[in-house]
Write a protein that binds this ligand. Structure first.
Ligand SMILES: [Zn+2]
Ligand SMILES: [Zn+2]
Length: 62
């Protein structure tokens, strides 16, 4: 198990490839604090009204 870095990820909703450096990527601080590394692309974050579908927390820019 190597460190593959945290540069690219996939959107949890649409599986779009995200570049966390270049793209606008959103995450839920609450889910992250629980160890769930769930990311959302810009379009899906907008569709979710910037709310986490699991706990209703406000999504933050990654
Ligand atoms: Zn997406
Ligand atoms: Zn959440």
């Amino acid at each position: 198990m190597g460190h593959r870095g945290w540069i690219t990820a996939r959107c949890y909703i649409c599986s779009k490839k995200l570049n966390v450096v270049k793209d606008t990527v959103y995450y839920c601080p609450k889910c992250f604090s629980k160890g769930h590394r769930i990311l959302y692309c810009d379009a899906d974050a907008k569709r979710l009204h910037y709310r986490c579908p699991f706990d209703g927390s406000e999504l933050k820019l990654y």
